[in-house]
Design a protein around this ligand. Structure first.
Ligand code: ADP
Length: 519
């Protein structure tokens, strides 16, 4: 033992005390000793220091060992008490053990003292350890009890051999049964909503037969007729022979949560219906407006052809306003219909080589890019899963915008890609007019535009269409920009493991850094 043992020695004879201590030293035990031989000194010693062990003579002139034992037993029952006495009859020995002495050693056999002290110390340590474990268990039970109470959780235990259910008051309340009423499985079954009875019965039967855990959400009808939702979690417990004997678990009243869920579901349904109505309205309106617009366009054309050559300046100006207005309305209706007709319900995705797609887009935009004096650079792009014509539309809209929203400088446009986890990030970067960051989200909204029609014509639907397409493909689209410097539009698409071309870096194919320069 590394630490000195603190001994309180009740002994009137210094010689006997020395003999006892000599024996302990001889056995290799390091000790710190306080010797007393009166009641007052003994009590004071107990107050002042906490000994590891008390060694006591039986008969002392002004005090006796049995009194010391009683005092120690009362004040500090966990300190081991050993009698070290010259004479001790069997009766006294038994009595002393009854009062809590844990051992006795006769003075003429002092060689037995060290093992007795060691045993006493080990036993005391074990007792303390047990006590600590018990206290920890008590604390954890208390914590569990409070947590269960705070969560308003009921606890229950179903004995499968008797069908008896032992339920906590909260559990009974959950089933609408007063806490002071006897509760059994029959009552539980009786309180179940008729529509849920079969399912719950089946779940309990399965847990009883196969063991394992049980989780069930169901309705109960209380005695006052009100309906409540409960969730039950249970665990089958087996007996020593391995048969399922009990199911133990908790209940929770989730009526409020269910009501919120039901309300949300109802609201979602209403919103979906409203959305469908709005879509229907937008479809009908955009479709029905086409016909009168065609009429206005045709007759405007006729009027312009017939009267413009001879019209005065003001009339000619009015006529050209009408012409631009009808053209713009036509463009708006066309783009709106394109947006509304976007097929985003079924996913018939195919393997799409983004290089081929980009090549086609660049061909379509060839004239516009020549006119703008643009330099468009590209890099090898991967193969993705998607709707080819929709993805083509996205790339076309983004590159067309990069060409359109340019300033006096010739456009420098780069189309690239980077792998980001399980996604590809495609991007179109330009050196155009840019915009302030605060508009980066807004521009993806319907009809949202940042520039004047006369400077940069458009309908404000291109990016909305892109967003709809990319989200339909399970990706996202976003923009970064600095006014007067340029913009970068990115969209992500999932990397489809099965569609990576062998021998290439994650499905990347195509020539490195192709550059198309047009003067
Ligand atoms: P449209 O081009 O028909 O106006 P979009 O939906 O394609 O519609 O774009 C919405 C708005 O976003 C544009 O009006 C413009 O203000 C801004 N925008 C789009 N692309 C760019 C770009 N590359 N550089 C600067 N602004 C852009």
């Amino acid at each position: 033992m590394s630490k000195a043992i603190r001994i309180l020695l009740v002994e009137d004879s210094p010689i006997d005390a020395e003999l006892a201590l000599e024996e302990l030293r001889f056995a290799g035990l390091e000790t710190v000793v306080r010797r007393v031989d009166t009641r007052e000194d003994f009590e004071q010693a107990l107050n002042e220091c906490r000994p590891d062990v008390i060694l006591s003579d039986y008969s002392l002139p002004g005090f006796n060992g049995m009194s010391a034992l009683r005092i120690a037993h009362e004040r500090c029952p966990d300190i081991p008490f050993i009698f070290v006495s010259g004479v001790i009859g069997e009766e006294i020995a038994i009595e002393s053990l009854k009062y809590g002495a844990i051992d006795y050693v006769l003075k003429h056999r002092l060689q037995l003292l060290p093992p007795a002290v060691k045993r006493a110390l080990v036993a005391a340590e074990e007792r303390r350890e047990r006590q600590r474990a018990q206290e920890a268990l008590g604390r954890s039970e208390e914590r569990l009890r409070l947590a269960v109470k705070a969560a308003r959780m009921g606890t229950w235990e179903l004995d499968l051999s008797t069908g008896r259910i032992e339920a906590s008051p909260i559990c009974q309340e959950n089933f609408g049964v007063p806490a002071d009423t006897e509760f059994d499985f029959g009552m539980l079954r009786g309180s179940l909503h008729p529509d849920d009875r079969a399912v719950v019965g089946h779940q309990f039967e399965r847990a009883a037969e196969q063991g394992g855990s049980l989780e069930s959400e169901f309705r109960v009808i209380w005695q006052d007729g009100s309906v409540h939702w409960l969730v039950v979690h249970g665990l089958a417990v087996r007996d020593a022979r391995g048969a399922v004997a009990r199911i133990v678990g908790v209940t929770l009243d989730i009526t409020a949560r269910k009501q919120v869920e039901e309300n949300l579901a109802k609201q979602a349904q209403e919103l979906a219906a409203l959305n469908a109505d709005l879509r229907q309205f937008a479809f009908a309106a955009s479709h029905d407006l086409q016909e009168p617009l065609r009429m206005v366009t045709v007759y405007t054309q006729l009027i312009v052809e017939r009267y413009k050559p001879t019209a005065d300046e003001e009339t000619a100006m009015f006529l050209s306003f009408i012409e631009t207005g009808t053209a713009r309305m036509g463009a708006l209706l066309r783009d709106l219909q394109a947006y509304l007709h976007l097929q985003t319900r079924d996913r018939h995705f195919k393997r799409v080589d983004m290089n081929e797609l980009l090549h086609r887009v660049l061909q379509v935009l060839d004239i516009a890019s020549r006119e703008a004096g643009a330099v468009i650079t590209t890099e090898p792009l991967p193969v993705v899963l998607g709707d080819e014509s929709q993805l083509e539309q996205v790339l076309q809209n983004l590159i067309a915008n990069a060409l359109k929203y340019r300033d006096a400088r010739p456009p420098m446009i780069h189309v690239g890609v980077s792998r980001e986890g399980t996604y590809w990030r495609f991007f179109v970067r330009d050196n155009g007019i840019g915009f302030e960051t605060e508009f980066a989200e807004q521009i993806f909204g319907l009809f949202k535009r940042l520039n004047h029609q006369k400077d940069y014509p458009g309908t404000g639907l291109g990016l909305a269409i892109c967003r709809r397409i990319i989200e339909h493909h399970g990706g996202q689209i976003w923009a970064k920009s600095e006014k007067g410097v340029g913009s970068e539009f990115s969209f992500s698409l999932p990397v489809e493991a099965g569609w990576q071309k062998e021998g290439t870096d994650g499905g990347m194919i195509g020539a490195a850094n192709e550059s198309i320069s047009v003067s």
